[in-house]
Ligand binder design. Sequence first.
Ligand code: MRU
Length: 377
Amino acid sequence: MADQYARTGEGRRATGIPVIRWEEPPEGPVLVLLDQTRLPAEEVERVCTDAPALVEAIRSLAVRGAPLLGVAGAYGVALAAARGFDVDEAADALVGARPTAVNLAVGVRRALDAHRAALAGGGGLREAAQAALAAARAMHREDIDASARMAEHGLALLDELLPGGGHRVLTHCNSGALVSGGEGTAFAVALAAHRAGRLRRLWVDETRPLLQGARLTAYEAARHGMAYTLLTDSAAGSLFAAGEVDAVLIGADRIAADGSVANKVGSYPLAVLARYHHVPFVVVAPGTTVDAQTPDGASIEVEQRPGYEVTEIPVPQVPVTGAGGGVPVAPLGTQAYNPAFDVTPPKLVTAIVTEEGAVSPVTAEALAELCGGSRRP
Ligand code: MRU
């Protein structure tokens, strides 16, 4: 098994098992996912034998986080091709599974283009399927590399912004190894600071309603032996007021051409707090998250999730979505407002870090230069 990971670049991540891997048992190729809805209680794998199973895994957040959605989308097309399903239909279903993280569409498109190019070049269905898989594997490897480079650039920026060292960093949602082939985006920067002995504390927002901070980021931080403290999202204000936050580090699901940042709901209030308290608000994301074809924040489609995610508290031992399954905390029939993401305008963002470096201040021109133009397929 170790050889297989070395060959494909699919390393073991924060958990004992890889977050995503391609396997070819005699019954046919499968995509194996770490089921993130079951963390931190248990590390359970989910095996997808076709694109609809992957679509369901994406919708239920068994596999999640922008960069990983890109990799999963590419493997999804490869899976459909290898199993002889309609590749275009699979691609449409995958792209439609979650609308906000642009990486998903980028990954799907990349594998689809490779498939089409192979057919156009005179290859058969087998060659086309192999081309799609090669594209997915390349994307996976690139994501691992991008993670490492974001951590490097992000730590350099953090040291520059906070010359005193001993950083106390607040983060939201989960942006670590569970969202990436590598060590992640914003979390990877905090981890690099920890390894360099310069992270004094990682403040982890619990991230209601699905608790990615409590369930996933705290899980990763604990495994790395980082000094971390969990707080409810609504406690962030008093933490800033007490002068306990030196910087905010978050990931992104989509960055519009003007530098507007869509990320997990609750990010925007943190940006407002950070500005009021003169604390840097830094966004860390791969270039695949920057979408030159989305001009501004108002153009970003924000995913709306089911109300029961708010009216019930998820129980970690059971999947967090799907007809409830959690503990009700509101009267039966209560309506809920449940956007999965919010949008932070560029003027509240101190810097955006990608694998290519950092931009600060955040302007459309600086971002376009950093990303070399459009990253969209
Ligand atoms: O709904 P999720 O859990 O997929 O949301 C994930 C986030 O909002 C992350 O912060 C984002 O994908 C950036 S991590 C690279």
